[in-house]
Design a protein around this ligand. Structure first.
Ligand code: MEV
Length: 431
């Protein structure tokens, strides 16, 4: 496997696409079929079994986030995303993090929450005690139902009660069933458990069950990542590394204090996390919902990261923590051939390891964005990438895209219409 290989792929971006494909295929030991799944994956027949009313497929670019060193191990991150500069930013930030030994990451166990809503409960306090006292009986019922999950080391982990005395629909008791889903995302398992437990909960509380569904605020299933980078690594041209690192810490403080900035800051984090979720067939809407709800857990929506100067301002320390309910078995992960190849490239053995990689990539993405914003203004970095898109949109042939893009950037006029004019002029010259 890829344990001994370095993900520090210098000059990877400059290689032609097919050479990059060959590098990744060799790095991850992909066979021909697995490699093929990177550009010729899901079939119409498979799509037809996945969703209703299927009539086609929608393609997006799949790129590789390079240079990732997490818990001393090298990873290549397959990322499916339409936005330019996202994948480049991960590679650049991960290279910076290597100057401080890469990322350290960790995670909780894969405990999900199933919610049962109980209404018309005669006595909320008595009902809450009755449910708590019946934890063993609930556990037995759920573990019998989910015997294969229990056999894989997961299953029932406890019950919690949340009385809500004041809601627009009157008082209600919410019961949380905690279930370790191990390597599955677990939505189906948790929903099944909540449905199965509802009749017993009705008996215990004298109430009427309404909703029985998982919570996407999976705050029992979190992953985190940290890095500590010498400020010297941030030196760019005339700007000192200390100035850039301080600017990153100040940017983080802005997002901590201001929800308007936090939304953009966290969007940048999700620029790293969602593309891996998509590549591995995971439910990125669930991840988004959990991340943003968690960001508002103290009543104000805040940044999911923390960046601060440490070691007498000689180093920048960064940390992220967020709910990450992801699986490596079941669902689209199992049926989508590209997701299978993406998981093989990642080489993760457990869902927790996948969540840890995603947390580290989220932190890297945030670092890349804040560094660019603090150091040079993001627009400059974006311009070259947008220029390439403009040239492609203008119908410039792929082997001429770089050339035309460089010309529109030099003119500071990054528009498809200008790229088309330049290309028409160039063509006129060569004929
Ligand atoms: C763009 O997709 C993401 C950024 O706006 C994130 C940020 O501002 O931190 C660059």
């Amino acid at each position: 496997m890829s344990d001994h290989k370095s993900s520090r792929l210098s000059g990877f971006y400059a290689k032609p696409l097919r050479e990059r494909l060959a590098v990744v295929s060799e790095w991850a030991d992909l066979d021909e079929q697995e490699t093929r799944a990177l550009f010729d994956g899901l079939t119409l027949e498979q799509a037809d079994h996945m969703v209703e009313n299927a009539v086609g497929l929608f393609a997006l670019p799949l790129g590789i986030g390079v240079n990732l060193l997490i818990n001393g191990r090298d990873y290549l991150a397959p990322m499916v995303v339409e936005e330019p500069s996202v994948i480049a930013a991960v590679g650049n930030a991960a290279r910076l993090a290597r100057a401080g030994g890469g990322f350290q990451a960790g995670s909780t166990t894969s405990v999900m929450i199933g919610q049962v809503q109980l209404l018309d409960v005669p006595d909320l306090a008595a009902a809450a005690t009755a449910v708590t006292d019946a934890a063993a009986a609930l556990g037995e019922r759920i573990d019998t139902l989910l015997s294969s999950m229990a056999a894989r080391g997961g299953g029932f982990r406890g019950v919690e009660v949340r009385p809500l005395p004041h809601t627009p629909a009157g008082p209600m008791l919410i019961v949380h069933l905690l279930i370790d889903c191990v390597d599955a995302m677990g939505a189906n398992v948790v929903n099944t458990a909540a449905e199965a437990a509802a009749p017993l909960l009705e008996t215990l509380t004298g109430g009427r069950a309404n909703l029985r569904i998982l919570s996407n605020l999976t705050d029992r299933r979190r992953a985190w990542a940290t890095c500590t980078i010498p400020v010297s690594a941030f030196t760019t041209g005339a700007v000192s590394g200390h100035t850039v690192a301080k600017g990153i810490a100040e940017a983080n403080a802005f997002a901590w204090a201001d929800p308007y900035r936090a939304a953009t800051h966290n969007k940048g984090i999700m620029n790293g996390i969602d593309p891996i979720a998509v590549a591995t067939g995971n439910d990125w809407r669930a991840i988004e919902a959990g991340a943003h709800a968690y960001a508002a857990r103290d009543g104000q929506y805040r940044s999911l990261t923390d960046w601060r100067l440490v070691d007498g301002e000689a180093a920048l320390f960064g940390r992220i923590e967020l709910p990450l309910a992801v699986g490596i078995v079941g669902g689209a992960t199992r049926v989508h051939p590209t997701a299978q190849t993406a998981l093989k490239i990642l080489g993760v053995a457990t869902a927790r390891e996948l969540a840890e990689v995603m947390a580290a990539v989220g932190l890297a993405q945030n670092l890349g964005a804040l560094r660019a914003l603090a150091a040079e203004g993001i627009q400059r970095g974006h311009m070259a990438l947008h220029a390439r898109q403009a040239a492609l949109a203008a119908g410039v042939p792929p082997d001429q895209v770089e050339h035309v893009a460089a010309l529109v950037v030099a003119e500071k006029n990054v528009k498809a219409s200008r790229a088309a004019e330049i290309w028409a002029a160039l063509r006129g010259e060569s004929q």
